[in-house]
Design a protein around this ligand. Sequence first.
Ligand SMILES: Nc1nc2c(ncn2[C@@H]2O[C@H](COP(=O)(O)OP(=O)(O)OP(=O)(O)O)[C@@H](O)[C@H]2O)c(=O)[nH]1
Length: 312
Amino acid sequence: MSDDAAPLSVDTAVYKTLLESTQAIPWRIDLQTMRFSYIGPQIERLLGWSPCSWVTVDDWVERMHSEDRERVVSFCIEQSRNGIDHEADYRALKTDGSYVWIRDVVHVLRNEAGEAEALVGFMFDISERKKSEEKLMRLQRELEELSYQDGLTGVANRRLLDSVLESEWASAKRAGQALSFIMLDIDCFKLYNDYYGHLAGDDCLRRVAHIVSTSAARPRDLLARFGGEEFALVLPETDLEAACQVAERCRAALCDAAIPHRASDVSHLVTVSMGVATATPAEGGIPASLIEQADRRLYQAKQSGRDRIVGE
Ligand SMILES: Nc1nc2c(ncn2[C@@H]2O[C@H](COP(=O)(O)OP(=O)(O)OP(=O)(O)O)[C@@H](O)[C@H]2O)c(=O)[nH]1
């Protein structure tokens, strides 16, 4: 601006016009009476409530989603009492019963003596932003789930198995309880692929995964694809005898499913071999030792003819 420019005339009407032409909705609350001394007319376009229906702070509180109310109101009261500018996100009720996400940006106004005398603020409609945030969070969750899932069978993958085994090992150690692990391998699966084709092999893997998952049904039991045609079951708070019973259930369920395997050396149906191991984790032990033991027993099951369970 040049030195000889005319001074700007400060006109309340100009400010009012400016304020009321923004997307954001301005408001003012007198701290002594806790009443609205002003609210922009835009509020009616956004929520449906006419400006004259915003009388006291209770109108603001009552038109807030009940799930947000306690958090937002206590936060805003606390900040206002301490004379701190603040922001709060909440869902505001519309006259049609739906809700709009609002971000309220609040500034504490003080008198000349420095005492807080009013709150002024702007309400911003952040519904679109919230929708994008929620979508992003949903995508993130899906991505997380996918990164722990075996793409072919839909059961947990090796990564999730390792992390669950680690945490179950720690909790078994704390509680002094048994933790069991079953390693399960489909018999003569190479011959299955050779005979029926790789796609049928994939389908067989999916069916076996489903059957085994229904045989170990406690909430903390975990079935994972260990790799190739091998699956693993983590069974917390389960001793060897109970784990062998779970293994037996898997075998019986597979037998009931009667998936043909004409090329098998063992049977005319798909069969599995299993190695079962149990530990009561102690100081110094590691989860990998449980996998190794189950793997050794699985090898014994294969060596001694397949279609069997070795648990000791
Ligand atoms: N269809 C399909 N086959 C797979 C997959 N992953 C591994 N395999 C096959 O599984 C077969 C495993 O063969 P082997 O390790 O020789 O074991 P096996 O033929 O089951 O013999 P035993 O375990 O000794 O009874 C191989 O032919 C792999 O190609 C998969 O995702 N889909």
